[in-house]
Write a protein that binds this ligand. Structure first.
Ligand code: NDP
Length: 368
């Protein structure tokens, strides 16, 4: 392992223009090889449903460790302290967490709170001199996203977005196949992302906290997926919105949006984002030489899929474990995932979401 690290360090010094990429093989090596390098010490902000999942997954990480919490709920802090052996000095609330700047035990804060809070929280963490991992969507529009990127750059800290699929072995394998030309010229992508949302009082249906409805929450997977599956950035979007329950889905909270994206090569994507249909989790892409279909495509897994060459057989590894080890490798060794997970990547998705909302509102084709 030491020699592998030396090799990576040498690479990062000598080949600064060529990013070191994770291959599917190195993903597995990362989970099976012993590791004696630096550990990314992480505090989780927002001990809700996804924060709980990330904390569990981090127990299997080699390069990242949960060392602190930031929460508005004292009873959760107590529970997490005893479950994960977190010392009192690494526990904060939303009023006092700027003090992490004086805490050498914490390298990075993983923000897992409602979308509408990410920007302000990112700015405070960056100003405290700590790396930021923000959940998706990174903010509630592209302007917020860009501000987050700028502030983190000025503070000289990393800003990474919780794009766990960029570390998922079957997804990585498909992206590699596309890069290797296995599908030929990519022509068409179809993404379907949705679930039936429950409790009408939850923050996901509150515009101020969510920034939007299904699109911000789950439709973003089809947007991001179209980009990594096709390997291009869209140049236009069109969109159509359907609302069957205007009481539950108030002004500014999209229930269902169908959207289309056009790419420079002439490839097109046709996608559906919804809060009103269950088990909608499917990607399909076809090119001049073959196809891939994945269902489920972005759930917690196992991801299932096949191409014209046969089934995808890469084993399932907990996504968030791979993500957090991958992010530590990125921060310490400059190892880039096959598709970026940085703030700029987040802004690209936010710009497309802004354009989709505009297209749905005006009925016009919006150029990006
Ligand atoms: P939850 O509602 O389960 O948890 C959010 C937590 O944020 C709360 O438990 C609370 O924690 C904290 N919080 C702070 N302020 C507020 C507030 N005003 N209202 C509500 N909660 C608040 O949400 P999720 O964990 O499902 O989602 C959090 C983020 O993670 C979202 O951005 C979401 O998009 C993203 N996410 C990403 C997933 C992925 O696969 N990458 C999957 C699911 C969610 P505390 O009590 O500790 O303060």
């Amino acid at each position: 392992m030491t020699s592998r690290r030396k090799f990576l360090e040498t690479l990062s010094v000598t080949s600064f223009a060529i990013p070191i990429l994770y291959s599917p093989a190195s993903l597995f090596a990362a989970t099976t090889e012993p590791y004696d390098g630096p550990i990314l010490k992480v505090a989780i902000m927002g001990l809700g449903s996804y924060g709980t999942r990330v904390a569990e997954a981090m127990q299997s990480c080699k390069r990242a460790k949960l060392v602190g919490v930031i929460s508005g709920t004292p009873s959760k802090i107590k529970k997490w302290q005893s479950k994960y052996n977190i010392p009192e000095k690494n526990c904060y609330n939303y009023e006092n967490f700027d003090a992490i700047k004086d805490n050498p035990d914490i390298d990075a804060v993983y923000i897992i709170t409602p979308n509408g809070l990410h920007k302000e929280q990112t700015i405070r963490v960056a100003k405290a001199g700590k790396h930021v991992i923000s959940e998706k969507p990174m903010g509630i529009n592209a302007q917020e996203g860009q501000e987050m990127v700028d502030v983190c750059k000025a503070a000289n800290v990393k800003l990474l977005i919780g794009y766990r699929m960029h570390f998922e072995p079957k997804t990585v394998a498909v992206i590699q196949m596309r890069k290797d030309g296995v599908f030929g010229e990519t022509k068409f992508f179809q993404g379907q992302s949705g679930f039936t949302i429950g409790d009408p009082t939850q923050w996901r249906l509150n515009k101020e906290l969510s920034g939007g409805g299904a699109m911000m929450d789950i439709g973003i997977y089809s947007i991001n997926g179209a980009r990594y599956m096709l390997g291009e950035e869209p140049v236009w979007v069109t969109a159509q919105e359907t609302k069957t329950d205007p009481v539950k889905f108030k002004e500014g909270i999209d229930e269902t949006i169908q959207f289309q994206m056009g790419f420079p090569s002439g490839a097109v994507a046709n996608c559906l984002s919804t809060y009103s249909m269950n088990n909608l989790d499917r990607f399909y892409m076809t090119g001049s030489k073959g196809f891939v279909e994945m269902q489920p495509s972005t759930g917690y897994g196992p991801i299932e899929g096949r191409t014209h060459k046969g089934p995808l057989t890469q084993p399932h590894v907990t996504h968030q474990t791979l993500q957090m080890d991958g992010m530590a490798a990125l921060i310490f060794d400059g190892v880039q995932p096959i598709v970026p997970v940085d703030g700029e990547e987040g802004v690209k998705d936010m710009k497309i979401i802004d354009a989709i909302f505009l297209a749905a509102k005006t009925g016009e084709k919006v150029t990006l």
